[in-house]
Design a protein around this ligand. Sequence first.
Ligand code: MG
Length: 202
Amino acid sequence: MKIICIGRNYVNHAKEMNSPVPKQPLIFMKPDTATLVNRKPFFYPEFTENLHHEAEVVLKVCKNGKHIEQQFAHKYYDQLTLGLDLTARDVQARCKEKGHPWEIAKAFDGSAVLGEFIAAADFKADNIGFHLTKNGNTVQQGNTKDLIFSFDYLISYVSKYFKLHIGDLIFTGTPEGVGPLQIGDELEGFIGERKLLECRIK
Ligand code: MG
C-alpha cells in the first residue's frame, strides 16, 4: 500500500505558505508506516519544534489502474475520509531551503492520520465540506469545490507515473489554516457534520 499526497492544492494554502500556485499537481509519498488509525494518539516527535496539522480529504483506491482517463477516474475510489498530513514545518523549511527531499518532514511514522472511511458515493466530489477542530475550536475549514486539481484530474495525473493499487490512499491537499500543535491538543476531523477523526497529541 502506498500513500500519495498532493501539495498546494488550494490557492489560499499556497498563499499562506508564500508558495507559487502549481501548474501541475505537486506529488509526494508517505510509506505505509506513516499511517495512524483507530483514534490512536500521536506522540510528538523529538526532531521537530513546529509540528503542523494539515486536514485533507483522503481517497481510498478500489481498483488497480495505470494511465486512467479522467472520465473514468471516479470508478477508482469508493471510500473517503478526513486525514491529517502531519508536517514538521521547521524540518520542511530546512529541506526546502537546501532543495532536499522533504520525506523526513512529512513521511515519518504516524504522519498520515486517518479517520473512519465512509462511502464516497454519498458525496458530490466537487462539493465536500470538511473541517478540523483543535480543543473544540475550528482551525481549518475547506470545501473540495476550491480544489485546484479535482479528484478525477489527480487520479488521472498520478496514474501516469504510479500504478494505482487497491488500498492505496490519496491525500488531496489541505486548505488554509494550517498551524502548530502542542502536546495535549485534541483534534477532531469532520466531513460535513460527521465526525470521522479523533487524535490526541501526546
Ligand atoms: Mg498536505
